[in-house]
Design a protein around this ligand. Structure first.
Ligand code: SAH
Length: 298
């Protein structure tokens, strides 16, 4: 991890698989996720006072305004890179410390850790919360949703990647776009779907200054997947359903891996590998806590 680039975007060549050691998978690790409490806190805060000014490009003079599109599939548009923040609470050193903690919790995939170190998580949250961006917690992003805990983001990608090359990946639940940005460092093509329109727009705004050329954001019901872009060799769900939607299983390549939180109050991560045309193998991993997967759009 010594000679990694220090700024986003990474050249893909620096993070795609270079035949590194396979990470040890499925080691049980405690994950004290606080998504529900944080989402509730966010709802209370939003009800109590007007929204804090947004972090990132939307708050900066000269940033491109959010474009409205008549088509569903959007590409993050490149604009000028953001000016570096002065706040030491969001410095690269703090980000490195966060990655070290994630590694200590059991994430071994060096490329996943490098991607986590590359993506400026504070640019995906409100200014008022940016100083907490590098603690290992899920945090509110509005609309009763949360940005996922860095550990769980890394863990899910590690399990999905399994030390291999990711060509085409689908994420269900873009939220603020953080995990999509991390995925874009590790896969050749990333598609991400969000069902809440303002969050889809927020992710576009957050991602625009990062110039992510290999990421497509889609507004819609992720439970249906994205048949027009399928098959995917990896699928990640960032929201928990009682079961994994059949449509998503059908959109995996043979050999493809899907990682999803499953359950209601008690949830666990599930890894489903497609082993044949009509054959899938499922494995139960560690406990977790995610916001619910919901049908339709809002
Ligand atoms: N990936 C995010 C986590 C977002 S939280 C991150 O980087 O931190 C989970 C998101 O899943 C929420 O924004 C929620 O609106 C979304 N979601 C829930 N059900 C969905 C569905 N059926 N289709 C698409 N998105 C969904």
């Amino acid at each position: 991890m010594n000679d990694k680039p220090r700024s986003f975007p990474l050249p893909l060549s620096s993070v795609v698989d270079q035949g590194g050691k396979k990470p040890g998978l499925f080691a049980p690790v405690a994950t004290p996720q606080t998504a529900t409490q944080n989402a509730a806190l966010s709802a209370a805060q939003h009800a109590a006072r007007p929204a804090a000014p947004r972090a990132g490009p939307a708050a900066r003079p000269g940033a491109s305004p959010s474009k409205s599109h008549s088509y569903a599939m959007d590409r993050a548009q490149p604009v000028a890179a953001p000016a570096p923040r002065q706040n030491p609470l969001v410095s690269e050193a703090v980000r490195r410390a966060m990655v070290a903690r994630v590694a200590k919790q059991g994430v071994k995939d060096q490329q996943v850790l490098a991607a986590l170190e590359t993506v400026p998580r504070h640019l995906f949250m409100e200014e008022a919360l940016a100083s907490q961006a590098y603690i290992d917690a899920s945090l509110p992003i509005g609309h009763h949703q949360t940005i996922s805990q860095p550990y769980i983001v890394a863990r899910m990608i590690e399990v999905m990647r399994n030390g291999g090359t990711l060509r085409r990946v689908l994420e269900i639940g873009t939220g603020c776009g953080y995990q999509a940005a991390v995925l874009s460092c590790l896969a050749q093509e990333v598609y991400s779907i969000e069902r809440i329109k303002p969050l889809h727009e927020l992710a576009k705004t957050n991602l625009r200054p990062l110039r992510v050329a290999n990421l497509r954001l889609h507004y819609g019901d992720g439970m249906l997947g994205l048949p027009q872009a399928a098959p995917f060799d990896g699928i990640i769900l960032a929201a928990a359903g009682l079961e994994v939607p059949r449509a998503l299983l059908e959109q995996l390549t043979i050999g493809g891996r899907l990682v999803a939180p499953v359950g209601a109050r008690a949830q666990h991560l599930e890894l489903i590998t497609r082993t044949g045309k009509a054959e899938w193998v499922s494995e139960t991993l560690e406990d977790c806590h995610f916001v619910p997967l919901r049908p339709g759009t809002a």
